[in-house]
Design a binder for this molecule. Structure first.
Ligand code: ZN
Ligand code: ZN
Length: 103
C-alpha cells in the first residue's frame, strides 16, 4: 500500500534518525505533532539507500565519502538529483501502467 504522502516523500520508507519515526510513518516535531515534510536527513538516507553516487562513486546502500576519505555529511547534491530523477521517471512509468478507470 502506498499512501499519497509516501508517493510524495519516498524517504518515508526509511526510519528517521532525527525524530525516530519508523518506516512508513511521518516525521514528528517535538511534542509528537506530525510534521508534513520529512526531516532532510531522512531524505538523505533514502537517496543513499537506492542510488549510486555520481560524485564520489559510493554504491547504493553506503554513505557518501568526502575527498578527505571521511564520511561526507549527508549526500552529494548530484546523488540527490539522480535519485529524484530516477524516482520521478518510475512514478511516470507507474502511472502509465494504470488502466483507465471506468466511470
Ligand atoms: Zn524525522
Ligand atoms: Zn557522494
Amino acid at each position: 500500500m502506498t499512501t499519497r504522502a509516501q508517493r510524495r516523500f519516498p524517504e518515508l520508507e526509511q526510519p528517521c534518525a532525527w525524530c525516530h519515526a519508523i518506516p512508513g510513518e511521518q516525521c514528528t516535531r517535538a511534542r509528537n505533532e506530525p510534521k508534513r515534510e520529512p526531516h532532510p536527513g531522512r531524505r538523505d538516507a533514502w537517496v543513499a539507500a537506492h542510488t549510486d553516487c555520481p560524485a564520489c562513486h559510493a554504491p547504493a546502500g553506503t554513505g557518501c565519502i568526502a575527498p578527505t576519505g571521511f564520511p561526507y555529511p549527508g549526500v552529494h547534491p548530484e546523488r540527490a538529483q539522480a535519485a529524484a530523477d530516477t524516482y520521478r521517471q518510475a512514478l511516470e512509468a507507474d502511472s502509465r501502467d494504470v488502466p483507465e478507470r471506468r466511470r
